[in-house]
Design a protein around this ligand. Sequence first.
Ligand code: ATP
Length: 374
Amino acid sequence: MTTAQEHGGDVRLTGISKTYGSFTAVHPLDLTVPQGSFFALLGASGCGKTTTLRMIAGLEEPSSGTVRLGEQDVTALPPYKRPVNTVFQSYALFPHLDIFENVAFGLRRRGIKSVKKQVGEMLDLVQLGEQARKKPHQLSGGQQQRVAVARALINHPKVLLLDEPLGALDLKLRRQMQLELKRIQTEVGITFVHVTHDQEEAMTMADTVAVMNGGRVEQQGAPADLYENPGTTFVANFLGTSNFIEAEVAEVSGEDVFLKAGGGKLTLPKARCTASVSAGGTVLVGVRPEKISLTHADDAGAIPDGRNRITGRIADSSFIGVSTQYVVDSPVCDAFEVYAQNIERDTRLAPGAEVVLHWNPAHTFGLDADQDVE
Ligand code: ATP
């Protein structure tokens, strides 16, 4: 049984910021990374995620704020005194040393002579026990990355920081390594903080994702919560495709907000609305394309009651294997994008066809209308 003390406790950033001259790379932010979790900092290039990671590592001095690891304030500690290690995108392995010696390096530097057992366990953890005597250039990219992880874990850091560690790998290997890193994290049980610009990667691996934008954390939460309940159009768009409809609030009653849009009526669960709403106001309604069903207007009578529905005309369709993707022009929203899945092939759903788009109101989210949709 391990204790919180052994694992270091939560990583807590309080009011942490970084400025370079007059440029603010990271605005003061508060962030708590729960101990033992797989945490992803997700955002586009330049949003400040690497700078944030480097402040946790001690490689960058914050302009303000504190970094705590459990009870310990580590803000003033140099990197090598922090119980933290970093894996970089460039694996930074020693080319002249074999895999065993690469992994043993951290132990030998601390003057530990008897390293065989520990290195062997670590190589087993990353499933490279058979490769111990090979040189880095004899391994694949994914294997080299696993050596880098083993080398970073050998001194038992309490937090492992990963800066775009899979960035150099091709897509197939990336996907394998995502699962592999998740397995390793679960096995060692320490906190992983992973920086990536790839939303699929963050959502596959992390327990909690913090979406960064312009040096700020825009929203954080469990991947499914962020996807289902984005708080801003930026988060909604960064994590996938969304359709947005500007709607007028007709009534707020009980658990629901009732809306008018282009002559039609929509229902939005109050619990899924981050905007403040009152009758007569405007709200931006979002719905993910894959939540929408498409029915030819001639069959509209068969659509069950209680579903949100809007009418439109098919502008374009493309068959993409498992599903067909439709673009629908609608009076409430131009180029409404619909991914219709598992519907029986309906040859009438061709460009020009009049259709009804309908979905369960529970899949509708509501945002402040005062923001860009793109
Ligand atoms: P990427 O995915 O491209 O690495 P990022 O989200 O990790 O992007 P950071 O590397 O944290 O972004 O950089 C945030 C901003 O701070 C960028 O605009 C970058 O140009 C700037 N920046 C980073 N380091 C410095 C520095 N040493 N001096 C000046 N500006 C810097």
